[in-house]
Design a binder for this molecule. Structure first.
Ligand code: PEP
Ligand code: MG
Length: 324
């Protein structure tokens, strides 16, 4: 089987009836670059910028960040690289920037931290924009957006950084900007969010956690954490429809995208990009190459009418077993 998966690398990710699905990767560590290129990744849907921050003893300077980002952009050019602005807090604390709270996942994390510390945000965005000069494959993505005002504030800071960089004589275009949909409020406001940006990307790891009120890292409730819970699937469909209604692209960069069962449903919902760990890419490609769009859409309708995550999983398992 692993030989089969290897020979898949140079084949396109398309369904039996020719529907293309771009498979992108999630990166963070240096080693992810090689792994991703080996698997034939078409782009980076999530570069977790907090990873290089976590590996240091202090905040990297703007120039250090520029070099780190340049390395990432160059490695994948001309393929697009989606850089998420710093997503610390929750379960990710920087040793040199401790955050202590009773409910960290409901506390000071992601965009909340960087909007309270615009100097951190501005340095990061300036470093990204400078790194993109002469390349043009950068996309910027904002984590944990819960309301329109947060997005507007972040957009203003990005525009300000861009004006500054131009004034400094560096010729660089404003990149595509997107929002992560990973909290329930963003699902309900997906159209208004989509209107303001170039793309949406669902963070199904956090979205599952927040929709089901199940800590994604708590082993005691792990059997309640279902990314194929009917409520999660319904939210995923709402986001795809909202993006489509606004004529914007929608991707997903949570673990569900790297699960062949999830991938078939996301294909049917009309997701434009699936972004996953490099190691998941071959099995997702193999699954999508074994189905066609019409039957996947029929399966989606069937599954959306089901009421139990376990039953949904069983249905998908048997569907894929009939195809593989
Ligand atoms: C997510 O929440 O699904 C996501 C992709 O981001 P992270 O796992 O880094 O929170
Ligand atoms: Mg997340």
């Amino acid at each position: 089987l692993s030989k089969d998966l290897e020979s898949l690398r140079d084949l396109p990710c398309e369904t039996l009836d020719g529907h293309r699905m771009p498979l992108w990767v999630n990166t963070g560590l240096q080693a992810d670059i090689t792994r991703s290129l080996e698997q034939g990744a078409e782009g980076v849907g999530l570069y977790r910028t907090e990873v290089p921050f976590l590996l240091r003893e202090r905040f990297p300077s703007e120039e250090e960040q520029r070099q780190i980002y340049r390395n990432q952009l160059e490695a994948f050019a001309p393929r697009p690289v989606t850089m998420r602005t710093l997503d610390i807090g929750g379960d990710k604390a920087l040793p040199y920037f401790p955050i202590e709270e009773d409910n960290p996942f409901l506390g000071w994390r992601g965009i909340r931290v960087t909007l309270d510390h615009p100097e951190i945000f501005l340095a990061q965005v300036r470093a990204m924009l400078k790194a993109n000069a002469g390349l043009g494959n950068l996309r910027i993505m904002l984590p944990m957006i819960c309301s329109i005002s947060e997005l507007d504030e972040a957009l203003e800071l990005i525009h300000r950084s861009h004006r500054e960089i131009l004034q400094e004589g560096i010729d660089t275009e404003l990149p595509m900007i997107g929002v992560m949909v990973e909290v329930p409020s963003a699902v309900y406001q997906a159209r208004a969010l989509a209107r303001r940006v170039d793309f949406l990307s669902v963070g199904s790891n956090d979205l599952t956690q927040y929709l089901l009120a199940v800590d994604r890292n708590n082993a005691r409730v792990a059997d309640l954490y279902h990314s194929m819970h009917p409520a999660v699937l319904s939210a995923l469909e709402m986001v795809a429809n909202a993006a489509r209604a606004e004529g914007k692209k929608v991707g997903i960069c949570g673990e569900l995208a790297g699960d062949p069962e999830g991938a078939v449903l996301l294909l049917a919902m009309g997701y434009d990009i699936l972004s996953m760990n490099a190691t998941s890419l071959p099995k997702v490609k193999q699954a999508l190459r074994s189905v066609n769009m019409a039957e996947s859409q029929a399966l989606l309708q069937e599954v959306l009418a089901m009421e139990d995550a376990g039953a949904i999983h069983a249905r998908l398992e048997s569907f894929l077993a009939d195809h593989g």
